[in-house]
Write a protein that binds this ligand. Structure first.
Ligand code: ATP
Length: 296
């Protein structure tokens, strides 16, 4: 079953078309990284899912409930965790008081998880929230969303602005929550290596449309970079197979990025008496750069 299902989503802000028929499926039990360049439409999508922005067209559902319907959106928000602006915190409260206060609003509050992540994040229980460092404040906000007993976490750049050590703590806690509690996570990020580290699925959005949605394992196993040296050259039209994502040329070296049909590219190179053919797997970075470039 898909926890999140978005079809043909459209959002226009005056003269900006932020979403132009965006589709997304997030199956249950997955950690899905949401990638895209600045202004691609990630925050707009997340805000629509949280019922904070109304789309101009298409549909967005979580747990089969309509995110754009105010009554159903309330039901959705009772079952998901998300991080709000820290204006929700009361400055005169300590970390411990904030936890106890917030717990009162959530019937499924997990005191065990709150205690676990309080310890894991090494948060000072007796310190006023106004006296927390930026990293500790981010960890507290995340903890408040993680202890709600939610089935799904929706996070907008959860490690944005955090130092590498705090980033590692936050990523470890998210992996722990997904692995131990089966909580699904949908998070936007600009950090490709952190997506590779914790996600098992990735969605890439470009100019308001989904350009790639795939399991990371599938990406790793199906994408290949084929580099070949062909004295007589090969024209692009001879390599126009389905799954050829990008062709680069540097002198006599031709580099071809493929998502499928690698064998046909290799066969073509052999038929043209290639003097060398090298095939290797590619990382998320090359795939991302390809995905946001080919559709431009
Ligand atoms: P970033 O990675 O930089 O946070 P993003 O992928 O989250 O970007 P969005 O914030 O969803 O992108 O913005 C998508 C487009 O919509 C951008 O062109 C942005 O300038 C525009 N936009 C977003 N919010 C508004 C708004 N309230 N009014 C007008 N334009 C907006």
């Amino acid at each position: 079953m898909n926890l999140i299902e978005i079809n043909g989503l459209r959002k226009r802000y005056k003269d900006v078309e932020a979403l132009r028929g965006f589709d997304l499926k997030v199956p249950e039990g997955t950690v899905c990284g949401f990638l895209g360049r600045n202004g691609a439409g990630k925050t707009t999508t997340l805000k629509i899912l949280l019922g904070l922005v109304r789309p101009n067209g298409g549909s967005a559902q979580i747990f089969g409930l309509d995110c754009t319907d105010p009554a159903q959106s309330v039901l959705i928000r009772q079952r998901i965790g998300f991080v709000t602006e820290n204006k929700d915190l009361y400055p005169y409260m300590t970390v411990g008081q904030t936890l106890r206060f917030t717990a009162g609003f959530f019937p499924k509050w997990r005191h065990d998880l709150a205690a676990r992540y309080l310890k894991l994040f090494a948060l000072p229980e007796d310190r006023k929230v106004t006296k927390l460092s930026k990293g500790n404040l981010s960890k507290l906000m995340l903890l408040l969303s993680m202890a709600r007993g939610a089935e799904l976490l929706i996070l907008d750049e959860p490690t944005d602005g955090l130092d590498p050590a705090v980033t590692e703590e936050v990523l470890a806690a998210l992996v722990d929550l997904a692995a131990q509690e089966g909580v699904a996570i949908f998070f936007s990020s600009h950090q490709l290596q952190e997506v590779e580290q914790i996600a098992d699925r990735v969605c890439i959005i470009h100019e308001g449309r989904a350009v790639l949605q795939e399991e990371l394992d599938e990406l790793r196993s199906s994408y290949r970079l084929i580099q070949m040296v062909v004295e007589q050259g090969i024209e692009d039209s001879a390599l126009a197979f389905t799954g050829v994502e990008k062709i680069n040329r540097e002198g006599r070296v031709i580099s071809v990025l493929v998502s499928q049909n690698a064998e046909q590219v290799i066969e073509t190179a052999r038929a043209r008496q290639a003097t060398s053919i090298d095939v290797r797997p590619v990382g998320l970075k090359e795939i991302f750069l390809t995905a946001v470039r080919t559709q431009a």
